[in-house]
Design a protein around this ligand. Structure first.
Ligand code: NOJ
Length: 733
């Protein structure tokens, strides 16, 4: 459901008719005005009506004054869009988006975006640059942290939920801010995960994978889109008319506006697409980029381009109309100023409760040998809490937290202390200055603490600085001397529980067998500590599920659940391991299937994986019909039983495979998911409705189509579920 919108087209038209060319181009320019960055002539340019948007100011007093100048001292009094990266919270920080994706809970993600919108709006921000809905299948890419992971459906659902949360039911209401779906398109496919690198994505893959979350955001009513920094098949996204004019506007009917990424218009020259800034302005404007973020190519060149006839004034009018429309939709002409008192306090009880619930549902129990978790406060009289991320208020917040208030953070150490009270003695040893440290002088102290305690909680991972924009890594193992720390603690023979805080899936092969349990907490945000404490002590059972596949080694990348079969798929029987090759094996063909000799062909943990403190059993999968016609809906159901003696939640997942198609289809595609709460011992039948439209794919002709034929359908608790039924789609008469 998209937010309510008045038809402001008449007002846009009237205003546009009164504008000079210079004023129109002004609307297409965004200016950085954060601390120390404001241009000297900011006031002058505002008075002349030459600025459409400000970025990176969050002082409500300053912003109200800038709005006042724009409104009262410029000829036409057009209010400003105030942009800021509010990515996963504002003062109250929610888990990183990848963590939020692990909740598989669109309603909760929507609430989180609402919390962020209310706090940002209180500071005068009316436009955020989120959600980032780039499909991310390469954990080396630092920006996977900002994404909702690898899956088209999960990203689409959560992206749309985020848009709803930011924009609310009424974009003009106090507390609603405009969202920006980014980065259109293909950014997540940058070669080898190097940020800003090039991408090559065939059209069928663009349409079947990378475009889909953006289409969902458009359908959810997103106000704006941002282009990607990256090159797409030889045409950088910021100059790519095919994706912006043909697909976004032509095919999807998007009526909002498109903003460039930071200075990405001028970067068209560096890409090698243009010779100078003037040509870059012409390329971007013709390609459909309506506003330039923080550069000055439009400011310096659009007017002469129009005068020379290289860009028509009609093109400018179209761009400006789109921008004005968003300003009218936001109600800025009626209510341009921010009254902070009209919005909830920063870090309100509600905000903290949502942040806590999001963290709780985002944490994934990867393994739990012999039920070592949860710990029992009665049975655990002493606990060693070890590691550089156990008590790091800032680091638990993750990347992109410009405005995050570290003072609100409750660390795991603090929360565990509060939870256990005097029952359990806590011995805390930081052991390493930070996750990258190679100084291990404190390891002996950590070992002593472990020896003296009943169990060890090891807080490992990577600080926030190791993920995010321009923070890609080639080796995604635990950095610094952490593996050595794990081995030293393991040698004590005490139960070892690893709690990992990270901005991406890390490769954990070298520690997975060295610890008894792993809770994967991502960067969990302000309330990460209480959420972790609740899970460790079983106040709540873990329910997060992986939104991205965990490779065993970095060389497996890209590895994701919805891969194609290829002509020689690996199986348990046809793979050969390097250690099993005979000493003299000249010219021998090994296995003849798609695998690496030196690792397993499966991931360490599959997409959708996540354990609980209870055991869920799936059975009795049923389809409502063996055959359905195109245009009909199939009901697929399975029985889910909670075999344990605690109440718990499970994310039930439905996957399909289209066995034969004119364009080959992935081996599995997520087509439905639902969080279900079950009492101890309870069984529920979980039903999904599957309309044949959900099985459409973009074929050779670039059109969405559903091809009749045989389909597999699975229901289960992860992408490797084996519980399957079959059905057939037949043509309607
Ligand atoms: C560059 C980033 O790529 C984009 O995601 C962000 O919104 C802008 N900078 C503004 O900070």
């Amino acid at each position: 459901m998209s937010s309510a919108r008045q038809d402001n087209s008449g007002r846009v038209k009237t205003l546009l008719a009164r504008m000079t060319l210079a004023e129109k181009i002004g609307q297409m320019c965004q200016v950085e005005a954060g601390d120390g960055h404001a241009p000297d002539n900011l006031g002058e340019r505002l008075r002349a009506g030459l600025i459409g948007s400000i970025i990176n100011v969050v002082d409500v007093g300053v912003l109200n004054e800038l709005q006042r100048i724009a409104l009262e001292e410029s000829r036409l009094g057009i209010p400003l869009l105030i942009g800021r990266d509010v990515i996963h919270g504002f003062k109250t920080v929610l888990p990183i988006p990848l963590g939020q994706a692990a909740t598989w809970n669109p309603a909760l993600v929507e609430q989180g975006a609402r919390v962020a919108a209310l706090e940002a709006a209180k500071s005068g921000v009316n436009w955020t640059f989120a959600p980032m809905i780039d499909i991310s299948r390469d954990a080396r890419w630092g920006r996977i942290a900002e994404s909702y992971g690898e899956c088209v459906l999960l990203t689409s659902e959560l992206g749309a939920a985020t848009v709803r949360g930011f924009q609310g039911e009424d974009l003009a209401a106090t507390g609603s801010i405009a969202a920006c779906a980014k980065h259109f398109a293909g950014y997540g496919a940058v070669e080898s995960g190097r940020d800003y690198a090039t991408t090559n994505i065939p059209d069928t893959k663009l349409r079947n994978v990378y475009f889909r979350p953006f289409k969902a955001a458009v359908d959810a009513g997103v106000s704006t889109l941002m282009t990607s920094f990256s090159d797409l098949n030889g045409i950088p996204a910021t100059g790519n008319s095919y994706i912006l004019n043909d697909v976004l506007r032509g095919e999807w009917g998007f009526e909002g506006f498109v903003v460039s990424d930071w200075d990405s218009i001028r970067q068209l020259r560096i890409h090698g697409l243009t010779e100078n800034d003037r040509e870059s302005a012409a390329e971007a404007c013709s390609a459909g980029v309506d506003m330039e973020m923080a550069g000055d190519a439009y400011r310096n060149h659009l007017s002469s381009l129009v005068e020379d006839g290289a860009i028509s004034e009609a093109t400018i009018d179209t761009a400006v109309a789109r921008i004005l429309r968003v300003k009218f939709d936001l109600g800025l002409f009626e209510n341009p100023y921010t009254d902070p008192g009209a919005l909830p306090e920063f870090g309100s009880e509600t905000a903290l409760a949502v942040a806590r619930e999001a963290a709780l549902q985002s944490i994934v129990l990867l393994k739990n040998d012999h039920g070592v978790l949860p710990l029992n406060t009665d049975g655990c009289s002493s606990l060693a809490v070890i590691g550089p991320l156990a008590d790091a208020r800032y680091e638990q917040l993750g990347t992109w937290i410009f405005d995050g208030d570290e003072e609100l953070s409750i660390t795991p150490l603090a929360a565990i202390g509060a939870l256990v009270g005097d029952n359990t003695k806590i011995r805390f040893v930081r052991a390493m200055e930070n996750s990258r440290s190679r100084v291990n002088e404190e390891f002996d102290v950590a070992v002593d603490a472990a020896n003296a305690s009943d169990a060890v909680l090891l807080f490992l991972g990577e600080e926030s600085i190791l993920s995010g924009e321009a923070h890609s890594r080639a080796d995604i193992g635990l950095p610094g001397d952490q593996v050595e720390l794990v081995r030293r603690i393991r040698a004590t023979g005490k139960p070892v529980i690893a709690v990992i805080l990270a901005g991406r899936p890390l490769t954990l092969s070298n520690i997975v067998d060295e610890v008894d349990a792993i809770l994967y907490a991502w960067h969990p945000g302000t309330m990460g500590g209480p959420a972790i404490a609740d899970l460790v002590f079983g106040i709540t059972a873990p329910s997060g599920k992986l939104p991205a596949t965990f490779p065993r080694v970095v060389g497996q990348i890209p590895i994701y659940y919805s891969q194609k079969n290829g002509g020689k798929p690996p199986t348990r029987e046809n793979v050969v391991h390097i250690d099993d090759i005979e000493t003299f094996a000249p010219q021998t063909s090994l296995g003849m299937s798609a695998f690496h000799l030196d690792t397993c062909f499966t991931p360490l943990f599959p997409f959708g994986h996540g354990l609980s403190y209870t055991t869920f059993g799936y059975g009795n999968i049923q389809v409502s019909a063996a055959e359905i016609e195109l245009g009909q809906t199939l009901v697929v159901s399975a029985d889910l039983c909670n075999h344990g003696d605690i109440e718990a939640e499970e994310v039930v997942q439905l996957y399909t495979r289209d066995l034969v198609a004119s364009v080959t289809r992935p081996v599995r595609e997520l087509k439905g998911f639902r969080r279900v709460r079950l009492l101890a011992g309870e069984t529920q039948t979980v039903r999904f409705e599957l309309h044949t439209d959900a099985l459409a794919f973009y074929g050779r002709d670039g059109k969405a189509t559903v091809e009749p034929g045989l389909f597999h359908v699975w229901i289960g608790g992860s992408s490797d579920t084996e519980l399957r039924a079959d059905f057939r789609i037949v043509k309607s008469d």
